[in-house]
Design a protein around this ligand. Structure first.
Ligand code: SAH
Ligand code: SF4
Ligand code: F3S
Length: 478
């Protein structure tokens, strides 16, 4: 296959931050009739890896493909178009994608007209695109995180030219409102409030794959939330890599607290947000959470490490003492608040003592849940230049130890719900047992329960009868 339509990424360009103001496009997004015909009698299969930003991007990709008359299928064997929306956060996330691309090569043999596309954060890295070009002949189309809106044209190019198309922009795009969206859930929705990230934590690839921070305007966000509410949505999650920095690029002071207050006024039942950064988390934010009952008493606040030297090497911009101060104030103001966090073990040069500081922080904060990761060097980031000098077995040992410590508190924290009633937004029936329903409480606890007259999307009262570390069982109260 010759490569005639090629625009390659560059992490070096992606790193640049300019003061050029971002234009917000509000014109309607039109797809021409000829492009709309491309999908007639064709099916697409879309697989999403990574975080909620990617989930939400996939809803846009799906919305565009639906407008082009493609039909969604959950069976890749049937598909005429395969799209993998990928994640670059750790090496194992990437290896998984390459493994699956390898496996699906056989589909091309069965159907030579099949178009196989890869998009998302991975292809913002030149090493990945080079590898695809060299080794993965089965890939026909590569596009990045900044040009999803160009999908119809890129598909046309690939289908008509029968040549491989690669178009990845390293410089962030403008904010484009009005892109089509096919939401994958009828009562819980993701709402982007900002794109990109300017924090440049030393281990993290996201500021390179997602570009500089661009906030959407408050009125656009509120309009979207109101529309969702009118359609019957019960819960929204405001999305950004660092939501507490919302509005900084629009010269707003404490923009996220302000935005959250406005969103609360829409009276939508449940408001969540992800992800918060301890550095930008303001005291005003705590007040807004406390004063608005439709803001859920749950906070995902990634700490990464319980040791100040490691936090400094990570470039996180806060200390353990600052994190504990926020934690204490939140607990004091919102006594029923539940917490989750992210932590990394085995950062370069992390000593046993420094790791033990992370265990101590877990003892202090007693998180309800934590996502734990082994440090993974990402080419192009400052940490990747530090020596990755802790051996794999030691990293795994630390991960296991931390996991056990977190699990202990998961269970202890849940005990307080025994014989109490919690409010659950019903997700549906359990996969294992169709007599059992599941959903999440306001505190983001997974609840499995029985009862009658239960519908997906209802908010019901559930009496808790049994506690587990990561879930609870109960009965619906009639
Ligand atoms: N914007 C969010 C996190 C996005 S990435 C925040 O700042 O909290 C999700 C998590 O992946 C991070 O919190 C971190 O714990 C982990 N992570 C990111 N880069 C990593 C790397 N190179 N190795 C291991 N874990 C990493
Ligand atoms: Fe990555 Fe840090 Fe930005 Fe989170 S805040 S996305 S960890 S650079
Ligand atoms: Fe992964 Fe990109 Fe999200 S790297 S975690 S999909 S922003």
């Amino acid at each position: 296959m010759s490569n005639i339509n090629i625009k390659l990424p560059s992490l070096k360009d992606a790193k640049k931050r300019t003061k050029t103001p971002i234009t917000i496009h509000r014109d309607s997004y039109d797809i021409s009739e000829s492009l709309k015909n491309l999908g007639v009698n064709r099916k697409y299969y879309l697989r999403t890896y990574g975080c909620q930003a990617n989930e939400r991007d996939s809803e846009t990709i799906s919305g565009i493909l639906n407008e082009m008359n493609f039909i969604k299928t959950d069976n890749y064997e049937d598909a005429d178009l395969l799209i993998f929306n990928t994640c670059a956060i750790r090496a194992n996330a990437e290896n998984k994608v390459f493994g699956e691309i390898g496996q699906l090569k056989r589909l091309k043999v069965k159907n030579p007209d099949l178009i196989f596309a890869v998009c998302g954060c991975m292809v913002q890295e030149e090493v990945v695109v080079e590898k695809i070009m060299k080794t993965y002949d089965q890939i026909d189309l590569v596009f990045g995180t900044h040009n999803i809106h160009r999908l119809p044209l890129l598909l046309q190019n690939t289908m008509l030219s029968k040549e491989r198309t690669i178009e990845v922009f390293s410089k962030e795009g403008e904010v484009i409102e009005n892109l089509p969206v096919n939401r994958f859930n009828d009562y819980k929705a993701w709402v982007n409030i900002m794109y990109g990230c300017d924090k440049f934590c030393t281990y993290c690839i996201v500021p390179y794959t997602r570009g500089k921070q661009r906030s959407r305007l408050i009125q656009d966000i509120i309009e979207e939330v109101n529309e969702l509410k009118e359609k019957g949505y019960k819960e929204i999650t405001l999305l950004g890599q660092n939501v507490n920095a919302y509005g900084k690029d629009l010269d707003m002071e404490d923009g996220f607290a302000l935005l959250l207050e406005e969103v609360a006024k829409t009276k939508i039942d449940r408001i969540r947000f992800a992800t918060s950064h301890p550095r930008d988390f303001s005291i005003k934010m705590i007040e807004v959470m406390k004063d608005n009952k439709n803001i859920m008493p749950f906070l995902h606040l990634p700490v990464q490490s319980g040791n100040n030297e490691i936090l400094k090497l990570m470039g996180r911009g806060y200390t353990v003492e600052h994190f504990k101060m926020l934690y204490d104030k939140l607990k004091e103001s919102i006594p029923n608040i539940a917490f989750s966090t992210d932590m990394i073990v085995g950062f370069p040069n992390e000593t046993r003592e420094q790791f033990e500081d992370t265990l101590k922080l877990v003892d202090y904060c007693k998180f309800d849940f934590a996502f734990l990761f082994i440090y993974s060097p990402r080419v192009g980031t400052p940490a990747a230049k530090m020596e990755d000098n802790i051996d794999e077995s030691e990293k795994s040992k630390r991960l296991k130890e931390l996991n056990e410590r977190v699990a202990k508190y998961g269970n202890i924290n849940n005990q307080k719900y025994l014989n109490k009633i919690v409010k659950v937004l019903v997700d549906g029936k359990s996969k294992k047992n169709d007599q059992v329903y599941s959903g999440y409480s306001e505190e983001n606890k997974l609840i499995n329960f029985t009862g009658t007259n239960i519908n997906e999307g209802d908010i019901v009262d559930v009496y808790i009868t049994e506690i587990r570390s990561w879930s609870m069982n109960g009965k619906k109260v009639n």
